[in-house]
Design a protein around this ligand. Sequence first.
Ligand code: SF4
Ligand code: SF4
Length: 344
Amino acid sequence: MFTPDRPYIFHIELTDKCNAGCPMCPRTDAMNFCKPDRSKVFNVELGLADFQTHFTDAFCARTDEIVFGGAYGDPLAASQLLEIVEHLTDRGVRLAVSTNGGLRPPAWWSRLGRAMKRTGSRLELHLDGLADTNHLYRVNTRWERIMENARAYIATGARAEWHFIIFRHNQHQIEDAYRLSREMGFEEFTLIDTIRFSGGPQYPYVMPGGEQRVLELPDVKAAQFRAGEDGGVAVLERPQAAAEAPRTGVNGIDCKSAAFNRPYISAHGQVSACCWVTGSDEEAAFFAANGLGPDRYNIRNRPLEDILLDEPFATLYARAWTADTLKNCRHKCGKMLRNRRNTL
Ligand code: SF4
Ligand code: SF4
């Protein structure tokens, strides 16, 4: 799955802490006032020392990019994010930081921008709407604070992208958000169709103040939108069908991690094949069935590259795809059941 002769791209969850309570996030107990689900959140994080140990000068030279996002937390909630970003960009590594933007003051964001700019790194700011709607999904965030932070960051000349999940309650704001993104200096505006409505077109939740609400599927799809000639957006009647990529992987499963040499590391330090399988019951059962104990895959116990070149990544995943025993892999990389994106 992973090979040392290609540059690595890492997807790293720096922490499982977060200031927000997005109802559809796996860390959130949506019906319990959008509080963290204590059975999944342990308040752990990776620190500068972890990066100094594993991302040495030599290893950074073989690392193309690191994406800081993850399953259970926001990277800005990691106490040493800035020091980690400076360590990596000092060594030429390009980064992507994916965040709700609500934490930290503007001066901190200016320092982040200066460090990110050194390697053409990008910020993915998740803003699902405008002042009156963003907090309906990004629960517990404050719009004015996010705008101040974004402006301070963009003023440094570092790259920023606006990522917008479409819901029924914000679908009428796509054009205004797109125009605002351009005015503010965002370089990209990406619309996202979430797949988290798989249980039905409505998703109930309870706001921290007790108000009961429902997220609803929008009537539009990301692929219906195009950048318009007047600086706004043009809307097609129907989404344009995306070209089907030819299946080239093992048994029709095109492993995204294998294709990009892109391992995942969790905030606990565990190395996994990707963000879709990490921490899942299926991953645990797969490891157990092959006699692999979880401690072997923690960067606090072994050098990162030893882990990557070991089983189950060396041969066991490919064998499982041939036998079609991993449901997550079939769904995510065989049937491509993922969020759909469209960058305007
Ligand atoms: S900002 Fe990200 S990590 Fe935090 S609750 Fe929302 S989706 Fe989850
Ligand atoms: S879901 Fe399976 S096949 Fe897809 S990237 Fe993850 S490990 Fe690879």
